[in-house]
Design a protein around this ligand. Sequence first.
Ligand SMILES: [Zn+2]
Length: 87
Amino acid sequence: MASLYYFSAWTDSGCLLGCFHEHSTVISAAACSPCAGSYVIAVENGVLRQLTDKEEADFQFAMYGAEAIKKARHAIVAMHPTKWLLN
Ligand SMILES: [Zn+2]
């Protein structure tokens, strides 16, 4: 059975530091962030890994709220190559 937990992480003087907790959710780990610039790292089966897209969305929501996510989504503009060819 896979084990998965998250911890809040930050750097200080070139060292990676963490909160030493085993949070069961990204949001819980994000709430444990002690300073600006903190991030959340996943530990799956004892191996550190980056957050998945879904976990990253949870982190962004926890840190910046729904409005920030909405603004980021609207900042992405889809390209339609055929539109450029017709003009
Ligand atoms: Zn913690």
